[in-house]
Design a protein around this ligand. Sequence first.
Ligand code: FNR
Length: 190
Amino acid sequence: PAYQIGYFVGSLASGSINRTLSKALIKLAPKDLEFNEIPIKDLPLYSSDYDADFPAEGRALKEAVEAADGILFISPEYNRSIPGALKNAIDWGSRPWGTNSFARKPTGIIGASPGGIGTAVMQSNMRSVLSFLDAPQLNTPEAYISFKPEAYGDDGEVKDESTQKFLRHYMDEYCAFVQRVLDANAAGHI
Ligand code: FNR
């Protein structure tokens, strides 16, 4: 079956290396996965004042998360944590209280940085947030991408063979994980 994957790119920058990574992942993913980006840049900063009357952007985000079979986060690390724009989007999806859109959604977390840490600390922070939101996460493989610009062509083509193999493996495992969680959800096992 085809699964609908909603993906978040945690960077608003033009020329974002994480956007390049997202294109590469989509290209290398199993054909069973269909991808829709969930935009974050036009969301107001969340406040509980909005709970009584969610704006269109907030409703659209919640609907997109709820419609997706799985969620994939592709994000930079900012100051050892989750970029504010992405954390804001997650906060929107988690509210109003009692309507957390992320509950039981299978999620994957991946990110690239120019340095060697490869967004590991952001990912660790993200796991805390997603655990609190009751979103199951692909635990292994982990993917801390130290971005090498020469490995990527235009439009997400991956020129470096070992990078390509690793990213394809990540997406294969992510797809299998989404299927396992959906099966378990359907069977009422979790
Ligand atoms: C960074 N950068 C960064 N890198 C990192 O590995 N760990 C970090 O904690 C940070 N902190 C950080 C804070 C802020 C505000 C910025 C703007 C940048 C560098 C970051 O990895 C680099 O700019 C990436 O290119 C950002 O990803 P995108 O936007 O290119 O996808």
